[in-house]
Design a protein around this ligand. Structure first.
Ligand SMILES: [Fe+2]
Length: 310
């Protein structure tokens, strides 16, 4: 009898049969079929992780470095989400929850409220380590999740998730459906911009206000942009201002030319509180139109959310 070793199909971004099947079946929440990662997938993780180490030591904020320590990720293998959760959950209650693709805005923010982080399980192709428009497991686990081990940051995320409920209530109070759709579009745009300029691309003053460190996951998962965000004279860095952030568009496919700096995670938490107050008072109903482009599913998710909340 002869035996053949069948190579696993791989979980490469945009080329994973397991993900295609889940999407066809309309399954958003999935499991992580760990045995399907190919050697090339593990190799991509190892190369991504290894080259970041010096950059993290130099540019990441101290809480991120502590988070990496807590998670004890294996530099050589794609992480198992169950193991990540075993280290993370006791700290802040946050859990990485595997998803098959895009999570509509309300559902995404509501997950944060429940301390669940929708997490991509595919990994980028090793031939294109640098640029990837889609999130992948390196971005989600090595960029986001170490921050979720920090109590102050985790509380800010949960509070941001609460905002989605406030938003849904505010949208439902609109006098007609056209006004509701308009409010939803404006508020989601404001929330997406806030999220982008903080959780994804935020900078922070270093200890005692000296120096600048990164805490945004888009920076922390990018070899080129992490150094650029802190060192380059081409980047404009400003103390964060809420009215500016919610009206500021952005493009996703280039190094960010404009970044905002917070003083610390307590500051971030206060800003989310301010965002929620503004929302309640209708101050997010008319933000500047423009990027990011929203999908119909994003808007619908907020319009339909109130029904689910009652
Ligand atoms: Fe992200």
């Amino acid at each position: 009898m002869s035996s053949t070793i069948i190579a696993p199909p791989g979980l490469t971004t945009t080329r994973a049969p397991f993900i295609e099947q889940a999407q066809q079946d309309g399954q958003l929440y999935i499991h992580q079929p760990y045995e399907q990662y190919s050697d090339a997938n593990h190799d991509a993780w190892r190369r991504l992780y290894t080259r970041m180490q010096d950059r993290w030591a130099r540019y990441a904020n101290p809480r991120f470095l502590q988070g990496l320590d807590t998670l004890q990720l294996n530099p050589d293998r794609v992480p198992r989400l169950e193991e990540v959760n075993r280290f993370m959950e006791p700290r802040t209650g946050f859990r990485a929850k595997p998803v098959s693709g895009y999570v509509p805005a309300f559902l995404f923010f509501d997950s944060l409220r429940k301390r669940e982080f929708p997490t991509t399980i595919t990994i980028r192709d090793g031939a294109t380590l640098d640029y990837l428009p889609e999130p992948d497991i390196f971005h989600d686990i090595a960029g986001h999740v170490p921050m979720h081990t920090d109590a102050a940051f985790a509380d800010a995320l949960v509070r941001f998730g609460d905002c989605a409920h406030t938003a849904a209530e505010h949208v439902a109070e609109a006098h007609d459906s056209e006004e509701a759709a308009r409010r939803a579009t404006s508020i989601i745009t404001a929330m997406a911009r806030f999220f982008w300029f903080t959780v994804e691309f935020g900078l922070m003053h270093g200890p005692e206000g000296r120096g600048i460190k990164a805490y945004g996951s888009g920076l922390l998962s990018s070899y080129g942009e992490l150094a650029h965000s802190v060192d380059s004279p081409e980047v404009q860095r400003y103390p964060i201002q809420l009215e500016w952030v919610i009206n500021q568009g952005f493009e996703i496919d280039r190094f960010q030319p404009l970044l905002f700096v917070v003083n610390g995670f307590e500051h971030l938490f206060e800003l989310v509180g301010e965002l929620e107050r503004w929302m309640r008072h209708g101050k997010l109903d008319n933000v500047a139109p423009g990027e990011p482009a929203l999908s119909e599913a994003d808007v619908r998710s907020f319009l339909e959310a109130k029904r689910g909340l009652d």
